[in-house]
Write a protein that binds this ligand. Structure first.
Ligand SMILES: C[S@@+](CC[C@H](N)C(=O)[O-])C[C@H]1O[C@@H](n2cnc3c(N)ncnc32)[C@H](O)[C@@H]1O
Length: 227
């Protein structure tokens, strides 16, 4: 049974609360830099994203503590970030001292852009968008990207699980605990980059999967409405 709209709102609220509660511990686990295959893939994905610059005017959605913002700012003209957690935004501010980033505390299931950007980036966010809200999310990205601009999505996936029955049922609800042992429900939908690319193509974007490992992918898509 699919969750009702009210249930979904409650779940997404819990997801916001989880990342607020987890902000102080986020960086310790999010960036797998200590050896092994995952670290290699992470660094490969970072390198691919960096090479996609210069980025022009950037909007970064669900930017968190700034693990990707720190790379984007190097060749961006301006960077605006949106995240629902004031706590993670504060950590990003501390990371990016003296860098003129515009910070917006906002809920992406509600937020509307006031302008369009050259590049819209979202890293490790798409897996947290439930199928029922995916179309609205693409509409937000489309409203935020200038014609001929682009989106860059970075996320995780697990090749063997691609066709697992996550989509369209509440089986995408997962449980997470903070170090303080508080429990929250979050959304986790693993989507294959080829499927995301196919959806974007259907919506008039020109997508290219720029990197695909066993853990992470980087997808770039040009907003085809430039004609
Ligand atoms: C997995 S983290 C990714 C953070 C960052 N992009 C990164 O890769 O390190 C997900 C982020 O989404 C934010 N978030 C959760 N729900 C949100 C919502 N409804 N609107 C905006 N941001 C949200 C969290 O606060 C968190 O910073």
């Amino acid at each position: 049974m699919d969750p009702s709209d009210d249930d979904l709102d409650a779940l997404l609220g819990e997801q916001v609360a989880y990342y607020r509660a987890r902000a102080p511990e986020y960086d310790a686990t999010a960036e797998p830099l200590t050896g092994g295959r995952e670290a290699g893939e992470w660094l490969a994905a970072v390198s691919v994203v960096r090479k996609l610059g210069p980025f022009g005017h950037v909007l970064e959605l669900a930017a968190g503590t700034g693990l990707w913002t720190k790379h984007l700012v190097e060749t961006a003209t301006t960077v605006t970030v949106v995240d629902s957690s004031p706590e993670t935004i504060e950590l990003s501010r501390r990371r990016l001292v003296d860098v003129p980033v515009e910070y917006i505390v906002g809920d992406l299931f509600d937020w509307e852009p006031e302008r369009q950007y050259d590049t819209v980036v979202f890293a490790f966010w798409l897996t947290h968008v439930p199928p029922e809200r995916l179309t609205a999310f693409w509409e937000l990205v489309e409203a935020s990207t200038r014609p001929g601009g682009r989106l860059i999505a970075v996320d995780e996936f697990t090749p063997g699980l691609i066709d697992a029955p996550h989509v369209g049922s509440e089986s995408y609800i997962e449980s997470r605990r903070t170090r303080e042992d508080r429990e929250f429900r979050i959304v986790k939908v693993l989507r294959h980059p080829d499927r995301i690319a196919a959806s974007l193509l259907h919506r008039g974007w020109r997508p290219t999967v720029r990197y695909q490992g066993d853990k992470f992918f980087v997808l770039e898509a040009i907003n085809g409405s430039a004609g």
